[in-house]
Write a protein that binds this ligand. Structure first.
Ligand SMILES: [Zn+2]
Length: 133
C-alpha cells in the first residue's frame, strides 16, 4: 500500500475509541483529517458515548456515520437526539465540500472524474481518477 499512517499517537486515536468495530479504519484523505477531528470533538461534546460506524468519503463529502449511543435492540436514543447528531455531522459534511481532500486547502467538487472528489487546483492533476489520494 502506498502511504502509511503513524502507528500510534495520532490525532485519530480519540476518534477510533468510539468505533463499533475497532478493526475498521477511518477512510478519508489527509486533507480532511483535521475536519474529522473537529467533527469528533463537536459530537463527543454532546454525545460522550457516541458510537462510530464509519468515517469515509461518500458522494465527495465527508460521511461521519455515528449513533448518539451504542446501538441496542429497541433503541437507545430519541428521535430528537438522532436529529441533533445528524445536524452536527451534517455541518461538517457541508464544510468538506470546500476543502481539498488531499491537502486541506480550499477546494471544489471535481465531477469530471470517475470518483468524484473535492480537490484544489494543485492536487487535481496529482490524484488518479480511481486511485487513492
Ligand atoms: Zn489540494
Amino acid at each position: 500500500m502506498a502511504g502509511s499512517s503513524p502507528a500510534s499517537g495520532d490525532a485519530f486515536d480519540p476518534v477510533r475509541q468510539h468505533l463499533r468495530d475497532p478493526s475498521h479504519d477511518l477512510d478519508v484523505g489527509p486533507g480532511w483529517r483535521q475536519l474529522v477531528v473537529e467533527c469528533h470533538e463537536a459530537v463527543v461534546a454532546e454525545f460522550p458515548e457516541y458510537e462510530l460506524l464509519a468515517v469515509k468519503q461518500k458522494w465527495a463529502t465527508l460521511a461521519f456515520q455515528a449513533f448518539p449511543r451504542p446501538w441496542k435492540p429497541g433503541g437507545n436514543w430519541t428521535t430528537a437526539e438522532y436529529s441533533r447528531l445528524h445536524a452536527v455531522t451534517g455541518a461538517f459534511a457541508d464544510r468538506s465540500e470546500a476543502i481539498c481532500e488531499r491537502c486541506g486547502a480550499e477546494g471544489s467538487l471535481r465531477e469530471n472524474r470517475p470518483v468524484h472528489r473535492v480537490l484544489c487546483d494543485r492536487c487535481e492533476p496529482l490524484v488518479p481518477g480511481h486511485g487513492p489520494l
